[in-house]
Design a protein around this ligand. Structure first.
Ligand code: C2O
Ligand code: CU
Ligand code: CU
Length: 507
């Protein structure tokens, strides 16, 4: 059953059950956590059980309890982790990854992974351009992990890729200078073969880099008030309320049925009237979102690597796994809603009547000097493909015909060079992400990119109808011992081998 038919059945289900968005649903929810006796005498639950059985018979697996979560809930906002400065002015952050439990409003609390004891996900790290930072990551899980700073321009040994393993009970320390402009990045585990599962269990968080860009000074910037983190992830739950994880070995990656934002199902957030900034992150394993805003206008102000040259009004925004976008929504007196073309409601923005938010949308946000093609001295191509042979059960997920091998360096870049990379894919969806660099898109299908894709990027959607050519300068860090990764950010594909590694040589 595809998602659309699930949605259809789900909409029918509510009126049949006779339960509206009122306290009765809460009462029914409480009965799951109350005595079994109350289960038996609760007619709502009884009818639901009958319907769930009917649904199960009709389509295999439907999580009965998940239907209760159509009640809206206040969006949870990940805590902000500010640095502590030592005598030398170095900014210190401490992260601990471990097991936790989160209330997804299922039949039971859900076992999760998280950072710093949060119920799910991790705190938002606030970094400042120009700072020297030291981030310690302590592994309190029972399994090996890593923590990678996605989108950050950092030395390879501080990048947290698959070579920087953190054994259980040990601490890994990354230290680097923040040499890039204001941007929304994120962090997540990157152990080869278990990246998808560790992220799915809840190990991920946002990074906000701030700088002194005065052009952007009037934008909404009060975290959790008019500057809202929006980590979008899809999930499935088992009958006993636990996360149901799977790797899709032969297709487009695992798509789950229930949307969560910052771990909240069906969320709303109170916002002031006026401009509200949303920092969108697609932290999903494989789902691609087609987002729009109902009841207000949406303007994109930043791509993966920072501000666009100017704000761009958009009807729809495509967000592939790993992608970020910052948008500004002009909230009026009524709610505005962020929606996905397939899943519907993602997040409702409710004006709370408080003093209208400050913030003016500037005409210009940043100077983005286009990388001139005359500067390019090296061309490479990357073809992401699922190779299918009749003697094999499933496809092999490859880039240029080879699967990831931790002991093979796929290519070397000369420090100081500017390179042009041509990205292509088979008839599925792929998302190309190299570490270390922010790049510019030179063309999409031979055409110059639209303004909303003309900023700095580290993650880009590629398919057989979307050939993308990018350019990047390798003028920051040499990496002669520890390689940087490049891979598909559909996490199933990455874990199944659609990844490679490169060095940056200074000779
Ligand atoms: Cu978001 Cu190599 O990763
Ligand atoms: Cu990355
Ligand atoms: Cu892929």
């Amino acid at each position: 059953m595809d998602n659309r038919s699930f949605q259809a059945m789900r909409t029918e289900f509510v009126p049949l059950n006779g339960v509206r968005r009122t306290g009765r649903r809460h009462a029914a929810y409480e009965s799951f956590t109350g005595s079994t006796h109350r289960h038996l005498i609760n007619a709502g639950v009884f009818f639901r059980a009958i319907l769930a059985i009917a649904l199960l018979a009709a389509c295999g697996t439907v999580n009965e309890a998940a239907l209760d979560t159509s009640v809206v809930a206040r969006l949870s906002i990940p805590a902000l982790l500010e640095p502590t400065f030592d005598g030398a002015g170095i900014a210190h952050y401490d992260l601990k990854i471990g097991e936790s439990r989160h209330d997804y409003r299922q039949t039971a609390l859900t076992d999760t992974y998280s950072y710093n004891g949060m119920s799910v996900l991790g705190p938002t790290l606030r970094l400042r351009t120009g700072d020297s930072v030291v981030i310690s990551v302590t592994n309190e899980l029972d399994e090996v992990t890593t923590t990678h700073w996605h989108g950050a321009v950092v030395p390879a040994e501080d990048d947290g890729g698959p070579h920087s393993l953190i054994e259980p009970g040990t601490t890994w320390i990354a230290d680097f200078d923040v040499i890039q402009p204001a941007a929304t990045l994120w962090y997540h585990p990157h152990v080869h073969g278990s990246t998808a599962e560790q992220v799915y269990r809840g190990a991920a968080g946002l990074i906000i880099i701030e700088d002194d860009n005065s052009a952007a000074a009037t934008l909404p910037a009060t975290y959790g008030v008019d500057d809202i983190p929006v980590i979008i992830q899809d999930r499935d739950f088992t009958e006993d309320g636990q996360l149901d994880f799977a790797i899709d070995e032969s297709g487009q990656g695992k798509i789950y049925t229930t949307l969560t934002v910052n771990g909240t199902l069906n969320p709303f957030v109170d916002v002031p009237e006026g401009l509200v900034r949303l920092r969108l992150l697609n932290g999903s394993q494989a789902r691609i979102y087609h987002l729009s805003v109902e009841g207000a206008d949406m303007t994109k102000i930043a791509s993966d690597g920072g501000y666009l040259a100017s704000p761009v009004a958009l009807e729809q925004l495509v967000l592939a796994p790993g992608d970020r976008a910052e948008i500004v929504v002009n909230v009026g007196m009524e709610s505005a809603t962020l929606v996905d073309s397939r899943q519907g409601r993602v997040l409702e923005l409710r004006p709370n009547g408080a003093a209208s938010g400050t913030g003016l949308l500037p005409d210009k946000l940043a100077t983005i000097e286009r990388i001139p093609e005359s500067e390019i001295t090296v061309d490479r191509s990357f073809d992401m493909d699922d190779e299918r042979y009749f003697w094999q059960f499933g496809p092999r997920w490859v880039i240029n015909g080879v699967q990831f091998d931790m002991n093979r360096i796929d290519f070397e870049v000369q420090l100081g060079d500017t390179e042009r990379w041509t990205l292509s894919g088979d008839d599925g969806q792929h998302v190309f992400h190299p570490h270390q660099i922010q790049y510019q898109i030179l063309s999409i299908n031979g055409e110059p990119p639209p303004p909303e894709e003309s900023g700095w990027e580290d993650t880009v959607l590629v398919n057989h109808e979307r050939d993308v050519v990018i350019a990047a300068r390798f003028n920051t860090y040499a990496a002669e011992d520890t390689p940087y990764m490049f891979h598909c950010h559909i996490l199933d594909h990455e874990d199944l081998g659609m990844m490679g590694q490169f060095l940056v040589i200074d000779e």
